[in-house]
Write a protein that binds this ligand. Structure first.
Ligand code: SF4
Length: 361
């Protein structure tokens, strides 16, 4: 292991990318970056990271921020529970830890949204603790290095990967060592075409020796995304358009969107939209004009969203399944925290959108 550590650190020093979160040891900034990087590509994260830290430069600023502002800064990055958990954890730290990040893995893991990976990343990168991390990149490198030819999601394989990462972290510069493993997975030990000829670990690598690196790691196929149809639309009364907010928990929680909902089996989209308006916002429309449909892929759902405009509705707004509503000037909706799905819907409806930073989901 000593040789592997040495080789990894030397390779990392010579080849690491210059990324904004690598120019700081501030635990808060590292926590924000590691949270954003979960399930999101580096190049998509950079503008969000820079904007977020400018707006909320420390734990106190995030703890006292308005939730809508935090979600607004996250809008387009996807997996919004990450932003809600960051804010909740910042509040806890401000209230009970003097606004400071703990340096201990167990204490970090007791905070909302911080799992084993993020705790290990913050503890090792910001505080030089000998804490391991295993993300997708590290798992691929280690599975190949060790020649693991079983499904890497199996509990005993997961245990083996963490134990190996833990062993590797027990040396000098554990934060850099962890980042070296991740960087190697991102730049050299890539999924389809590992560059074994340029790899600092090739002398010890079982998959390289056996020539089956590209077929590892073994992963069970993900179930196919379920196809779902929904309808939503543009509802205007006295020059103001209706926006509704999802409850804080669940998919797209806390974000604003156009009123609507899922279709029932074999339901016509126009009938589905008017039914959802009746049931979920208490309003009735006499006529629904179809504008078009858009597709959006969530982790487990492939959504087809049918879009409508209608005559002014009748009735009093009564919410079911949303937790707030506003009647807004038409262009103001795009200023609220909205998902990239709602941005797409507004664009399809011909609503002018302010410039957004590049998006991941
Ligand atoms: S030698 Fe090849 S397969 Fe092994 S760790 Fe390096 S890049 Fe990955």
């Amino acid at each position: 292991m000593k040789r592997q550590r040495r080789a990894l650190l030397a390779w990392y020093d010579a080849n690491k990318r210059d990324l904004p979160w690598r120019r700081t040891r501030d635990p808060y900034a590292i926590w924000v970056s590691e949270t954003m990087l979960q399930q999101t590509r580096v190049d998509s994260v950079i503008p969000y990271y820079e904007r977020f830290l400018k707006r909320f430069p420390d734990i106190e600023a995030l703890a006292s921020a308005d939730s809508d502002d935090v979600l607004g800064c996250w809008a387009g990055l996807g997996y919004y529970s990450r932003a809600r958990n960051l804010k909740a954890a910042a509040q806890l730290l401000a209230d009970s830890h003097g606004g400071r990040m703990p340096d201990d893995v167990d204490e970090l893991r007791s905070l909302p949204g911080i799992g084993r990976y993020t705790a290990g990343a913050v503890a090792s990168i910001a505080f030089d603790r000998a804490a391991p991390i295993v993300d997708g990149n590290v798992a691929r490198v280690l599975a190949r290095l060790l020649g693991i030819r079983e499904d890497i999601k199996q509990p005993d394989v997961v245990k083996q990967l963490w134990a190996e990462a833990e062993g590797l972290a027990q040396g000098p510069r554990p934060g850099d060592l962890n980042q070296a493993l991740m960087e190697l997975g991102a730049l050299i030990c890539t999924p389809a075409e590992p560059g074994c000829g340029r790899c600092p670990l090739r002398k010890d690598c079982d998959a390289h020796a056996r020539g089956d690196a590209a077929s590892l790691p073994i992963k069970q196929k993900k179930p196919k995304a379920k196809r779902v149809e929904a309808a939503a639309g543009w509802l205007v009364r006295r020059g103001k358009v209706l926006a509704v907010r999802r409850p804080p928990e669940g998919l797209l929680g806390g974000l604003w969107e156009l009123p609507g909902g899922d279709l029932e089996r074999r339901e016509e989209p126009a009938a589905g939209w008017t039914r959802n308006l009746r049931e979920r916002v208490g309003l009735t429309v006499a006529r629904a004009e179809y504008v078009g449909s858009i597709e959006h892929l969530f982790t487990h759902r492939r959504l087809e969203l049918h879009l409508f405009r209608s005559d002014p509705p009748t009735g009093r707004t009564r919410l079911d399944g949303f937790d707030a509503h506003q009647w807004l000037a038409p262009n103001a909706l795009a200023e609220l925290p909205i998902s990239s799905l709602t941005r797409k819907a507004l664009a399809a409806l011909g609503v002018a959108l302010p410039q957004a930073v590049s998006r991941a989901k």
